[in-house]
Write a protein that binds this ligand. Sequence first.
Ligand code: FAD
Length: 249
Amino acid sequence: MKILVALKQVPDTETRIKVAADGRSLDPADVKWIISPYDEYALEEAIRIKEAKGAEVIALSVGGDSVKDVLKNALALGADSAVLLKGDGQGDAFAVAQMIAAYAKDKGFDLILCGNKGIGGDNAAVGPMLAELLGVAQTSVIVKLDLGEGTFRAEREIEGGSEIVEGALPAVITAQKGLNEPRYASLKGIMAAKKKTIEELEAASVTTGAQITALTLPPERPAGRKLEGDPAAQANGLLQALKDEAKVF
Ligand SMILES: Cc1cc2nc3c(=O)[nH]c(=O)nc-3n(C[C@H](O)[C@H](O)[C@H](O)COP(=O)(O)OP(=O)(O)OC[C@H]3O[C@@H](n4cnc5c(N)ncnc54)[C@H](O)[C@@H]3O)c2cc1C
C-alpha cells in the first residue's frame, strides 16, 4: 500500500501574526512554523496503517524552503520519504490541489490523506478538489478509518450523529480531530530522519482561480482597566461601567 500525506505548514498559534508589506500575505519574520494540527491526524493515521498492515508513507508539502522543517518532522515521526513541491509566490487552494494532483497522478497511491482544513486558510477545499482532479473517491472530516482489500470504511462525525461512508481505493480522505492521538517524534525517529532525504521538485505551473488581494488583522482591542478598591467598591465600579459604558442595563 502506498500512502501520500499532504502537509501544510502554518504559524504556531502562539505566534504574533504580522501582515507583510504587500498587504496580502503574512510577514514570515519571527514566525514559528508547525504542521497544521489536522494534518498531524492524517500523518498519524498513515503511520498507524504502515505499522498495522505495512505501507510506504510519503509526506508532501507545497511551499518554499521553510516548509522543509515540517517535512523533516514528518520523517522523524515515521514517514519513509518526503517531497517538497516548490512554487513561486502564493496560491489558492485550487492551485495547491492542482499541484498535488499533477505530482500524484501517475504514482499509484492507494490512499491520499489530508487534514480537513489548513488552519489559518480554513478553505477545507484541497482534499475534495484533489479527489475530483484525480477522479477518485473522497470522504472528509473522518474520525475513524478501516481499510479492507481495496476498500475503505470511514466514520464521519455529523451534526447530532455519525455517518459511515464506504468506497473503493484509491481515495482522498481528510482527517478530523479525534481520528487518533498523534505521537511525538522519538529520539530514534529524529536520528533516522537525518538519513532520509527530501526530494525537491518544481511544482507544476497551474491556473490560480482566485488571488488573495488583501489581508487585515482584527482591530487592536482597547487596553483593559483594573477596578480598584475593596470587593464592594470593585463590584460597584463594575456595575457602573456595565450601565454607563457598555449600556448593558
Ligand atoms: C505556489 C505556492 C506557494 C505556496 N507557498 C506557501 C508557503 O511558503 N507557505 C505556506 O504556508 N503555504 C504556501 N502555499 C499554500 C497556500 O498558502 C495555502 O496552503 C492554500 O491556499 C490552501 O489553503 P488552506 O489551508 O485554506 O486549504 P485547505 O483546503 O483548508 O487545506 C486542507 C488540507 O489540504 C492540504 N494542504 C493545504 N495546503 C497545502 C500545502 N501548501 N501543501 C500540502 N498540503 C496542503 C493539507 O492536508 C490541509 O489540511 C503556497 C501555495 C502555492 C500555490
